[in-house]
Design a protein around this ligand. Structure first.
Ligand code: NAP
Length: 453
């Protein structure tokens, strides 16, 4: 295995620098096991230095008009004016930046998620420290490089590599970090919320999912199968919005499974850089073991393993972390298989007898990110729009495919009420300030004085 891979550095206050300890950690390609690069094994010292750089730059950065640096939302940081109760007085609500934002990001979507966090934070006038996931540090780094190549002033965006338990925790506890924007597992998110609450930081959490595709008795089954395959096995099930449950009406269950299974068995496993590959590797050895453990759990719980269910070791696949696309049927809604996030290419089929039961099973989850429903019945689709309790609902397409102009996020164990993307994605990074301007030249008492005609 090669050890000559490039060594990368943190970016703090406009300077590329190694960890003070001089130590690094390797990042591996999960398809081949090769080392992609070595990254600084940072700790509290580097996290503190990054916050200090972001803090000192904040006073200048917050005064830079957003459209200088940004198109799009930078021009749409709308406030509003509202009529006030008294004459010769006006009121406006305007947005203020908050300060230093810590962005803690997961390994999946290593470009998109830092982008979704960083740009709204910057446009809103804040400075940023990014702590990328240790399993996928390189993409976030490239994003930072591009920003500086484009002329971003030093210190506005800082990046610190290192373990969540040290660098992440140092950011959570730093008094100069005003906002924490976290994406990752529900377990880590809970820790982030508890620790950040101790210093009353604002926290935005985007966490796990257990997303379902509902297939009703009048669904276009061929269309549903395309959506299921892409949502469940595309990106190897490693999306927060990936489909891991199919809730199917008993009238079409047999037909759906008969069509679905051969399509799953045709999926080609391999290196994701090969365009003919359908299903890539999973991120690391421990995640591979976790996925495989759910196959054991499903069997013990009494679900039927129809296809897959094993680690792929054929030929070149043995070099990486690959799992055969897996399908379980006869899954009950209360099984762990149907309730816990697996984050891999494992799909469970749950049979229901009615539309109402399908909605109830869909909503009966500690997560609440994304749902999909296949039907031709406009009335039932309208009811689904009303009754489904996830943050995202797709009608006649799979559970993935969110677009940046809309609020993104979920309910219950998936989120804590904030959203990313669109104009809603900026809200978490601003404080509202209301300015009352009394130009009457006398004391006017709101809620007490009456306007005389
Ligand atoms: P993770 O293990 O929770 O890690 C996420 C980030 O938190 C990483 O940067 C990690 O650092 C850091 N971290 C870990 N422990 C920490 C601590 N004690 N204090 C501060 N930071 C800490 O999640 P993951 O495995 O990278 O990502 C997969 C998860 O993300 C899945 O659950 C998926 O559903 C979820 N996700 C959700 C969304 C959404 O928008 N809802 C989108 C994508 C992914 P290290 O890497 O150094 O451990």
């Amino acid at each position: 295995m090669t050890t000559t891979a490039k060594e990368f550095q943190n970016h703090i206050g406009g300077k590329w620098q190694s960890a003070q300890s001089g130590k690094t950690f390797p990042n591996h390609n999960p398809a081949t096991g090769e080392i992609i690069g070595h990254f600084p094994l940072s700790g509290k010292v580097e996290a503190d230095a990054a916050v200090a750089a972001a803090r000192s730059t904040f006073e200048k950065w917050r005064l830079v008009p957003a459209p200088y640096y940004m198109g799009g939302e930078g021009r749409r940081l709308f406030g509003y004016t509202v009529p006030v109760e008294l004459p010769n007085k006006s009121g406006i609500a305007m947005r203020d930046p908050i300060g230093v934002v810590a962005c803690i990001t997961p390994w999946n979507f290593p470009v998109a998620i830092p982008t979704w966090k960083m740009f709204p934070a910057l446009v809103a006038g804040n400075t940023v420290v990014i702590k990328p996931a240790s399993d996928a540090p390189l993409s976030a780094l490239r994003l930072v490089e591009i920003l500086y190549e484009a002329g971003l002033p030093d210190g506005v965006v800082n990046i610190v590599f290192g373990p969540g338990g040290t660098v992440g925790d140092a950011l959570l506890h730093h008094p100069d970090v005003a906002v924490v924007s976290f994406t990752g597992s529900t377990e880590s998110g809970r820790h982030v919320a508890i620790e950040a609450a101790k210093s009353l930081k604002r926290v935005s959490l985007e966490m796990g999912g257990k997303n379902a595709v509902i297939v009703l008795d009048d669904a276009d089954l061929d269309l549903a199968i395309e959506g299921i395959l892409w949502s469940a096995y595309g990106t190897t099930g490693q999306r927060c919005t990936a489909c891991s449950r199919v809730i199917v009406h008993s009238a079409v269950r047999k037909q759906l499974i008969e069509k679905l299974v051969p399509r799953i068995e045709q999926l080609r496993l391999g290196n994701g850089l090969d365009e003919t590959v359908d299903v890539g590797p999973v991120i690391n050895a421990s995640q591979l073991e976790k996925i495989h453990s759910y196959t054991g759990i499903g069997k013990v719980e009494g679900a039927t393993l129809v296809t897959g269910g094993s680690i792929a070791r054929e030929g070149e696949l043995a070099r990486g972390h690959f799992y055969h696309p897996t399908l379980f049927t006869d899954v009950r809604p209360d099984m762990r298989l149907a309730q816990e996030e697996i984050f891999g290419p494992t799909l469970s089929v749950i049979e229901v007898a009615s539309f109402e039961e399908a909605i109830a099973v869909n909503n009966d989850s500690k997560f609440g990110l994304s749902s999909a429903i296949y039907s031709q019945d406009i009335n039932r689709l309208q009811r689904a729009m009303r009754d489904i309790t996830t943050g995202i609902l797709y009608i006649n397409s799979g559970t993935t495919g969110a677009e940046i102009q809309f609020p993104f996020g979920g309910n219950r164990g998936t989120g804590n009420g904030h959203r990313e993307a669109g104009i809603a994605g900026i809200d978490v990074f601003n404080e509202w300030k209301v300015v009352y301007n009394d130009y009457s030249g006398k004391l006017q008492k709101a809620q007490i004085d009456q306007t005389e005609l």
